[in-house]
Design a protein around this ligand. Structure first.
Ligand code: ZN
Length: 330
């Protein structure tokens, strides 16, 4: 008998409260805020999914070191400790890039950042462990997100790459893992981490780098390097993309990943593709997420779904419930 899917959630995510996002030197309120995940949690409470919400289990930190450089993990700890004195109001911002391992100025480090990022990773790992135990799918509803964090850098509100950590957890000598990234922003960190391997395939559908963060990656000609050639698939789409062309891109992405015959599919799911998201630009609506869920199930591999971005609370709530319904439809 297959295990029941779970939705992993840790209420302590509210301790992660980045205050500022510096954009072109201008301080703005950081949009990666607790209300994002709480909106989904509230929606689950009155849904048929409530009984499947579980607290995360503990996992060894060694799982982070499988995909992140040990020196970067030490850097995060050291910066967190220094943030109280070196930062502004307890938040540390980068000064010089090569030293500071930062992709941007929107991802401050505070004293609790490493613990909070690891708890989000543990939610993702809890979902992954459930799937490894036989559940057809499971989901992590946690923050901060992860797909912009590389092996040795943070950025895009991300510190640890949860999708990559899960892929490393599921990977065994005889199996391969596929990752599909459905956030509106290219998962530069995930791409970087697995760019040179044929063991983990990556496919992303995202806004064109000319208008969507990050501005330097996500082009179709980024196809992998060495053994990884042919295992990295980017589909940048124009502003205003709606369900028709998005569905076609999703089918192409799944087809590309199917070729490597992966045992598992990890899904970096953003809801910033929802029409009206402040960092978005696509025009997806709630029923489209149900259709995404159905298509992911029809891929035929167990799914680990990890929350990435999405900055409007109603879009996060409506999109998540619709996705779950689609996953359950078979
Ligand atoms: Zn995003």
């Amino acid at each position: 008998m297959s295990a029941t899917p779970v939705i992993a959630y840790d209420p302590r995510h509210v301790e992660h409260r980045p205050r500022l996002d510096l954009q072109y030197g201008r301080p703005t309120p950081n949009p990666e805020r607790p209300a994002r995940v709480e909106a989904i949690r509230d929606a689950l409470r009155t849904s048929r999914w409530e009984r499947q919400v579980v607290a995360p289990n503990g996992f060894p930190m060694e799982l982070a070191a499988r995909v992140h450089e040990p020196a970067y993990l030490e850097f995060l700890r050291a910066r967190a400790e220094a943030s109280a004195t070196a930062g502004i109001d307890g938040e540390w911002f980068p000064y010089t890039w090569p030293r500071d391992r930062a992709l941007d100025t929107g991802t401050p480090i505070s004293g609790t950042t490493p613990d909070n990022a690891w708890r989000a990773a543990e939610c993702a790992l809890t979902a992954a462990a459930r799937v490894r135990d036989g559940a057809p799918w499971s989901m992590s509803v946690a923050r901060p997100p992860g797909h912009h964090a590389g092996a040795g850098y943070h950025g895009g509100y991300c510190y640890l790459n949860h999708a990559a950590i899960v892929a490393g957890f599921l990977l065994e000598p005889a199996t391969r893992v596929a990752i599909i990234d459905l956030d509106i922003h290219h998962g530069n960190g995930t791409q970087d981490i697995f760019y040179a391997t044929d063991r983990v395939g990556y496919a992303s559908i995202h806004g064109e780098p000319s208008w969507a963060y990050p501005p330097h990656t996500g082009h179709p000609n980024e196809i992998g390097i060495g053994a990884g050639v042919g295992h990295n698939h980017n589909q940048p789409l124009p502003k205003g993309t709606g369900w028709g062309p998005y569905r076609d891109a999703l089918d192409r992405a799944l087809e590309a990943l199917d070729v490597m015959d992966p045992a598992w599919l990890v899904v970096s799911q953003g809801f910033d593709t929802f029409a009206g998201d402040r960092w978005g630009g696509f025009e997806l609506h709630a029923p489209d997420y149900a259709a995404i869920g159905e298509r992911l199930r029809s891929f035929g591999r167990p799914l680990v779904i990890i929350l990435e971005g999405g900055y409007e609370t109603s879009c996060l709530a409506d999109g998540s419930l619709a996705l779950l319904d689609g996953l359950d439809r078979e």
